[in-house]
Design a protein around this ligand. Structure first.
Ligand code: BTX
Length: 327
């Protein structure tokens, strides 16, 4: 753990009360001048710090600015986010995360940006990432699982996000297979999982999460207006981005640990709690073939499960699904 995050933890634990410079310098094994320099850095991040002679330091006001320090402050995880790379503007946090992974950044490294100039979705699609209005982040994972299991990480991430949103009043999330989070049939979040692997071994996975938080109606591009939403649009209030990031990271760590320990079965049943249109008729097409079937849920390996014409469960690995009945 870095000195900065230890300092943050000490200050956070002290809540409103003062901690003396002496105490800090003993616990962190650094000089009082070094502590003073750290405090100056924290002020740049938006904290208001009171330094009272002969008494010590105290946090007067927390910061709402997203930064590596503000996310670390109060983050309750063991390994996700022990390393946080925050940038005001990037092309895509995926690109930065891939580079960081190649440079040996550890399992659990988080890359987060205020703004993405070319945020991406699946299949070269665009992900709109307005400055300061959402969670645009990528997480580096180094799981010891075979590559064919990687899609299960997407389902696991979607489950973790749905569970976080579900904690808030007035939000009822659904997961549209495999990777979108919807509120009232509109997309509020998307997940993009990219993997670097050899034949039978994953080198690393980058899980990208885009969550629309504080956009107003006018800040969602016209073209996707009818199928995109933000938490603010759903609830008519501003949402705390730092808190959302922390809860997502905490939820993801728990979900990941349980996935590795207990396997996918546990994720599957939680996923199905939120599954969009489970039990309903959906239409699928692959190539020229088109069919309608009842959507049963997901299989033990994460595949989509439908009811075949013979009335049996059938696994679907690749097909386009028309989720919405056109009118
Ligand atoms: P997707 O391919 O399932 O969805 C992309 C589609 O969603 C677009 O074609 C568009 O119709 C719609 N869309 C674009 N932007 C938004 C938005 N802000 N809200 C709702 N709908 C939108 C989903 O891909 C995966 C997206 C992952 C985004 C994260 S952000 C952090 C990381 N960095 C990065 O470049 N991508 C990921």
């Amino acid at each position: 753990e870095s000195t900065r995050s230890k300092l943050i933890r000490l200050l956070a634990d002290a809540k409103e009360s003062y901690i003396s410079g002496q105490q800090l310098s003993e616990q962190l094994h650094i000089s009082r001048t070094a502590i003073w320099k750290h405090m100056k850095e924290l002020e740049k991040d938006g904290y208001v710090i009171e330094a009272k002679p002969k008494t010590g330091y105290r946090i007067k006001k927390f910061s709402g600015n997203v930064s590596s320090n503000t996310i670390t402050w109060g983050l309750n995880t063991l390994w996700i986010g022990k390393e946080i790379i925050h940038k005001p503007t990037v092309t895509s946090t995926q690109v930065v995360a891939h580079q960081a992974a190649r440079d040996n950044s550890p399992h659990g490294t988080v890359v987060i940006a205020d703004e993405q100039s070319s945020g991406r979705g699946r299949m070269e699609r665009v992900w709109h990432s307005k400055k300061g209005k959402g969670v645009w982040m990528s997480i580096i994972l180094r799981p010891n699982i075979p590559p064919y299991m990687a899609p299960q990480l997407t389902l696991m991430t979607a489950t973790a996000i749905a569970e976080v949103l579900d904690q808030y009043d007035g939000i009822q999330p659904n997961i549209k297979w495999p990777n979108d989070i919807l509120i009232q049939n509109k997309k509020v979040a998307g997940i993009l999982t990219e993997m670097q692997a050899e034949q039978d071994r994953i080198q690393y996975v980058v899980v990208g999460i885009g969550l629309n938080v504080n956009q107003d109606n006018t800040e969602i591009p016209d073209a996707i207006h009818y199928r995109a939403t933000s938490l603010k649009m759903e609830t008519e209030k501003e949402w705390p981005i730092i808190e959302l990031v922390q809860k997502i990271l905490e939820g993801l760590e728990k979900e990941y640990e349980s996935f590795l320990k207990k396997g996918f079965g546990d994720v599957k049943s939680k996923w199905e709690n939120y599954g969009f249109r489970i039990g309903e008729m959906i239409s699928l097409h692959s190539g020229t073939e088109k069919k309608e079937a009842v959507f049963l849920g997901i299989a033990e390996d994460g595949a989509l499960l439908i009811e075949s014409s013979k009335g049996e469960a059938e696994k679907i690995y690749s097909a386009e699904i028309d989720w919405f009945v056109e009118d």
